[in-house]
Design a protein around this ligand. Structure first.
Ligand SMILES: [Zn+2]
Length: 341
């Protein structure tokens, strides 16, 4: 049972300066943080974890700050929670870990242009696991998007899990834990970051709410970000609700030929293409949306959207703006056909 206490005061400094997010300030990280702190204090840390969540949950920061805790030279106690401690984030070790240059902390991630994490990448790190730690304490390895490991890479990891070195900690971060083999999962303790209490996250978001958005609007941001709090924060800070509303108005104007495709694309060119693509998808899927009244047209839009989405997933080389243009051309053509049928 994790002890509940008064909520610590939330600082907005780390977001403004781009520093590491602090797990004890994030509602969705507080329980896993306390669990790890307590196990560390009681010297019964598991040696492998599946971290369920992604960058939208600040999972890399979580593992980095925990590594700081393991190596910090000036630990402080947090009075709100009996088992929770904090790294100073200023000492030599803390700074090296934050800068990813600490010899006992390694991160493995997908290499640019690759679709999978290879067995060679994983083998390099199993060697790291067999060496002794440079400092006193733990060697920590984080594999990001662990579901992207090849079958051979997963087997190599499994071998490491079967013969863990002393004081080695492995974190497998993934949004899709079921994509890891059952044997790997059975040897890891799961830390879930997706069990988010909406009200707590809304209250956290509200501490950054300089534009005084209403609670419902904050909730909409969380929904738009698929319940990824850090993404919701980024949407809040970029005034995304207003941008979204302008872009979606223009999208409908484009579908009904009130503006040209070029005009729509020029309105949207400042937006992130992935975000834009997601917004259009949400708009089409929303059955309560009265802007698309003709159900046949909605079905044709969804079918087209998903077929293009498949192309996006299948290749890293598809230009997303070209695909969006194709989507609009075909949608407008369908719209004309359906309105005459
Ligand atoms: Zn420190």
């Amino acid at each position: 049972m994790i002890e509940q206490g008064e909520q610590p005061q939330i600082s907005t400094d780390n977001v403004v300066t781009g520093e590491l997010m602090k797990p004890w300030q994030l509602p969705w990280q507080r329980m896993p943080w306390q669990l790890l702190c307590r196990s560390f204090k009681q010297q019964n840390l598991a040696h492998a974890f599946v971290v369920e969540g992604g960058e939208g949950h600040a999972t890399t920061d979580f593992v980095t700050v925990f590594t700081q805790l393991l190596h910090c030279q000036q630990l402080t106690s947090e009075s709100e929670y009996p088992h929770s401690q904090q790294p100073c984030q200023r000492c030599h070790c803390c700074r090296q870990i934050a800068g990813s240059v600490y010899p006992d902390f390694k991160i493995v991630e997908l290499l640019e242009g690759k679709k999978q994490i290879s067995v060679d990448q994983v083998r390099e790190l199993t060697n790291f696991f067999q060496q002794s730690a440079h400092g006193q304490g733990f060697r920590v390895l984080l594999i990001k998007d662990a579901e992207l490991m090849t079958h051979a890479a997963m087997n190599a990891i499994l071998k490491t899990l079967e013969e863990p070195g002393n004081n080695s900690l492995l974190f497998l971060q993934t949004n899709h834990p079921l994509s890891l083999t059952a044997t790997i999962r059975s040897r890891c303790l799961k830390l879930s970051f997706i069990q988010v209490n909406d009200d707590e996250v809304i209250s956290w978001l509200n501490s950054f709410n300089d534009n005084h958005l209403a609670t419902d609007q904050l909730r909409q941001l969380l929904l738009m970000s698929d319940n990824h709090p850090i993404k919701a924060l980024s949407l809040l800070q970029t005034n995304a609700l207003e941008t979204r509303s302008e872009i979606i108005d223009k999208f409908y104007a484009c579908l009904s030929s009130e503006c040209t495709i070029d005009q729509f694309l020029s309105t949207s060119k400042e937006a992130d293409i992935n975000q834009l693509w997601a917004w259009i998808g949400q708009e089409i899927m929303n059955k309560g949306n009265t802007a698309i009244r003709n159900s046949n047209f909605r079905i044709s839009l969804s079918t087209l959207y998903f077929s293009l989405q498949k192309q996006l997933f299948a290749s890293n080389h598809v230009d997303k703006w070209t695909l969006l243009r194709e989507f609009l051309i075909k949608s407008i053509a369908n719209s004309a056909i359906l309105s005459h049928s």
